[in-house]
Design a protein around this ligand. Structure first.
Ligand SMILES: CC(C)(COP(=O)(O)OP(=O)(O)OC[C@H]1O[C@@H](n2cnc3c(N)ncnc32)[C@H](O)[C@@H]1OP(=O)(O)O)[C@@H](O)C(=O)NCCC(=O)NCCS
Length: 163
C-alpha cells in the first residue's frame, strides 16, 4: 500500500470517501448529490485545498489505475461554520474512510498515523473528529491512536487527540 499527500486533483476521491464516512452504517443515508448540497457536510471539502488543509490518499501500487483504497484529511473550521467535531478554531477536524472492500487490512491505521504525524510536524496542537454512536470500527481505531472523548454532538462523540 502507498500513502501519498492529497493534491487538488484528489477532490473526487475525497468526496467519495466523505460519502463512505457519512454512509458508514451501510445504508445510503446520503446520495452523492445530497451530500454535495448539504451545507453542513459540504463544509468538510468546500474549496479544497484551502490553506491549512492537509490530506492523504492510500492506493495499491500494483494497480495504479484502480480507485483509491481510502483517504483522510483535516481542515480547520471556524466556530461560525463548524464541523460535527468542532473543538476550537485552531484545531483541524479530521475525516476519513476506507473503501468497503479494503477495510480491515491496516489502510485506516496507515492513513491515520500518516496524517497525525504530518499534523504534528506542521505544529498543530491537536486534531478533533466526530464519531457516531455504533461506529465501533472507527472508534476503536481512534482510541488506539490516543483520541479521547471530549464532548457530545447529537448522537456522536467529539474526540480529540493532543499532538
Ligand atoms: C473506520 C475505517 C476508516 C477503518 O479503516 P480500516 O482500513 O478498516 O482500519 P484498519 O484495518 O487499519 O483497522 C481497523 C481496526 O478496527 C477494528 N475493527 C473492525 N471492525 C470493528 C468493530 N466492529 N468493532 C471494533 N473494532 C473493529 C479492527 O480489528 C482493527 O483494529 P486492530 O488493528 O486493533 O485489530 C473503516 O472501517 C471505514 O472506512 N469505515 C466507514 C467510514 C467511517 O466510518 N469513517 C469514519 C467516520 S468517523
Amino acid at each position: 500500500m502507498r500513502v501519498r499527500e492529497a493534491t487538488d486533483d484528489d477532490l473526487p476521491v475525497l468526496r467519495a470517501m466523505l460519502l463512505e464516512a457519512n454512509n458508514w452504517t451501510g445504508e445510503e443515508r446520503f446520495t452523492p448529490a445530497r451530500l454535495l448540497a448539504d451545507p453542513h457536510a459540504g463544509r468538510y471539502l468546500a474549496g479544497w485545498r484551502r490553506p491549512g488543509d492537509l490530506g492523504f490518499v492510500a492506493s495499491d501500487p500494483s494497480s495504479p489505475d484502480a480507485p483509491a483504497l481510502g483517504s483522510i484529511w483535516a481542515r480547520p473550521l471556524p466556530a461560525a461554520a463548524p464541523g460535527y467535531g468542532y473543538v476550537a478554531d485552531d484545531v483541524p477536524e479530521l475525516s476519513m474512510a476506507v473503501a468497503a472492500h479494503a477495510r480491515g487490512r491496516g489502510v485506516g491505521t496507515a492513513l491515520l498515523s500518516t496524517c497525525v504525524d504530518a499534523g504534528r510536524a506542521r505544529g498543530w496542537r491537536a486534531v478533533s473528529l466526530s464519531v457516531e454512536d455504533g461506529n465501533e470500527a472507527a472508534r476503536h481505531l481512534y482510541v488506539r491512536h490516543g483520541f479521547v472523548t471530549v464532548g457530545r454532538n447529537g448522537g456522536a462523540d467529539t474526540m480529540l487527540l493532543e499532538l
